[in-house]
Design a protein around this ligand. Sequence first.
Ligand SMILES: Cc1cc2nc3c(=O)[nH]c(=O)nc-3n(C[C@H](O)[C@H](O)[C@H](O)COP(=O)(O)O)c2cc1C
Length: 198
Amino acid sequence: MTDDATLDPGRLAERFGDRRVVVCVTGGIAVYKAATIVSRLAQAGADVRVIMTEPATRFVTPLTFQALSGRPVYTSPWQHIESDDPQHISLAASADAVVVAPCTMDCLARLATGRADDMVSLVLSAVDRETTPVLLAPAMNEVMWSQPATQRNVRMLHDDGYAFVGPAEGWQACRRVGPGRMAEPEEIVSALAGLIAG
Ligand SMILES: Cc1cc2nc3c(=O)[nH]c(=O)nc-3n(C[C@H](O)[C@H](O)[C@H](O)COP(=O)(O)O)c2cc1C
């Protein structure tokens, strides 16, 4: 899926300039890498809106993402920041592309079963994937990744029209080596660029 040509700064600006990209951050150890994704997208001229689950905010504070995106960060369905409409609907409808990075095992399960009970799954429940690509970047321990439930959820999400990048194989925060590590930020940005219509 990675299109190396889209890593060129000019091509990135062409793809992302004036596009609204929603970056959903869920609670895995790789949250710190999502900061690089937001920074790259902002540098490419995207209008970046960051949504965090409550667990994600325990790894990196919303302030980091607010500073990098230049926008308020959404952490609660109940706190309307910018819109008089239900904000999950306006965020979903105004997005040109959505990426979930890192995407936890639990988030995969929520999306596969059609849940909408946290800020990330709620916004994604309102995204029409026929018109708006949604890219998932799973990140978890190798045993969590190889669980039959996780693999079943991934297959269902493929069938439901979600796109995937990674996971990669390599060093994990739990000091093991194996599949489940989040794809690198550059690879995720490149995959997202490839999904956005030129
Ligand atoms: C230190 C720590 C690291 C974690 N890392 C991951 C991870 O890399 N991937 C994952 O799927 N879950 C990880 N978890 C578990 C999730 O945080 C937990 O399942 C949480 O409910 C996910 O919520 P969310 O998907 O709403 O963000 C970790 C938990 C802790 C305490």
